[in-house]
Design a binder for this molecule. Structure first.
Ligand SMILES: *Cc1c(COP(=O)(O)O)cnc(C)c1O
Length: 407
């Protein structure tokens, strides 16, 4: 079904995803790493829709989670998938650890000594064995937005790679813990392949050292973070990007015998599969500045406001020969930061027209909120000729249902 028909049927703002695109991107990963034992662990936080998790689960994906809630989502889709789950994040709580211990996940990616102590305590209490990978901070710089860069010593993530051996020795002191891997994640939306290679080399060297220290390391998790091109969606050569990336990783992996490679892609798999369809409410002019006011807001897609991110915006039904306009595309939320584009050239947009904000499949809905008491948009998955609502539009009743104590 075409976007305008979907917008008519389900209203706007509306998130629309292509199942085929997600499958293709996942398969690109599978093919690129076919030469090595591997598990592609989709980073659930990029887009945690059950329909997307189910689609990837059917293809044998693993999952990278950062909360107990994300684990519950994965288990909802397939309780058997627990054995393919890795648990990242700097602030795991005891109840979240218990949930993951009981489910029997593949690996805890431990980010501090305090967390290691708590995990040891919970595992002993529940009498559940836990496979542990320390998330090391490789001190590698990667060019990306400061908010999504994570691989430098000054960031809150991981433990200093120089201290890693000492922390692994501590793992040995705990009966219910086993050091099985090393993990690293240097950031998100990284376009160059070299920083991934540099981090992988450091992890490979550490694994060799840890094995000499007597740890039975079986997996090497090189994180997610492979970027896409938000500027030129149609020209982005995903296959070439993947090839450069995989080559860097596999080169490091080849130096480590008997190892399973784990990667944790989020954005690369789902970002370009999704668009946010929105309707133009008003056109207006303040001084010399043109504004296109749309019915989607920063609560639906916060990336421009949060990361100064660029999203291409196109007319769903272009008006041929219409006069071009340079305008800010803004939402109805009462914040100056509520914009999707600034000084963007658009083809003659009129009130009532539909616009598609492209590459919104990752960190769109998963970062959305109800700010300004705005119910979240519906989400639709297109699969061949079929379009399926995978999350209905929220209602005000949904929002009010959890409130109490005011009467
Ligand atoms: C966010 C995150 C990912 C996914 O990052 P992308 O840039 O979406 O690929 C993978 N691993 C960890 C630990 C993360 O925090």
């Amino acid at each position: 079904m075409a976007l305008d028909a979907l917008a008519r049927k389900y209203g706007t703002p509306l998130y629309v995803y292509s199942a085929t695109h997600i499958q293709e991107r996942f398969d690109l990963y599978e093919r690129a790493f076919a030469a090595a034992p591997h598990l592609i662990c989709y980073a659930v936080k990029a887009n945690s829709a059950l329909a997307i998790l189910a689609l990837l689960d059917k293809r044998g994906a693993g999952f990278d989670i950062v909360s107990g809630g994300e684990l519950e989502r994965v288990l909802t889709v397939n309780p058997q998938a627990a054995g393919r789950v890795v648990f990242s994040g700097v602030g795991k709580t005891a109840p979240e650890m218990d949930l993951a211990l009981r489910a029997g996940i593949l690996s805890f990616h431990v980010e501090s000594e305090g967390e290691l102590e708590l995990l040891a305590e919970r595992a002993a209490k529940l009498r559940k064995r836990a496979a542990v990978s320390m998330r090391v901070n490789p001190d590698v710089f990667a060019e990306t937005h400061p908010y999504i860069s994570t691989g430098l010593r000054e960031h809150k993530f991981g433990i200093d790679i120089a201290r890693a051996r000492r922390v692994y020795r501590k793992v040995k002191e705990h009966n219910w813990l086993e050091a099985r891997g090393v993990s690293v994640h240097i950031g998100s939306q990284i376009r160059a392949a070299e920083p991934f290679g540099a981090a992988a080399e450091r992890v490979a060297a550490l694994i060799a050292q840890l094995r000499r220290d007597g740890h039975a390391i079986t997996h090497m998790d090189l994180g997610g973070g492979l970027g896409i091109d938000y500027g030129a969606a149609t020209e982005f050569d995903a296959a070439a990007q993947m090839e450069r990336y995989a080559q860097q990783l596999l080169q490091a992996v080849s130096k480590v015998p008997d190892i399973t490679l784990l990667v944790e892609p989020g954005r690369f798999v789902v970002a370009q599969a999704g668009a946010l369809v929105t309707r133009v409410l008003y056109r207006k002019k303040n001084g010399e500045k043109n504004f296109v006011i749309v019915d989607a807001g920063m609560n639906d897609l916060i990336r421009p406001a949060l990361y100064q991110a660029h999203h291409e915006i196109v007319a769903v039904t272009p008006r041929r020969g219409a006069k071009k306009v340079v305008a800010d595309v803004v939402g109805p939320v009462c914040e100056t930061g509520d914009f999707f584009a600034r000084d963007r050239e658009l083809e003659g947009v009129r009130e009532g027209d539909l616009l598609a904000i492209l590459d919104a499949g990752a960190y769109g809905v998963s970062l959305s909120s109800n700010y300004n008491s705005r119910p979240r948009p519906a989400e639709v998955m297109v699969s061949g000729k079929r379009a399926l609502v995978i999350r209905r539009r929220e209602t005000m009743q949904d929002l009010l249902a959890v409130e109490q104590g005011w009467k």
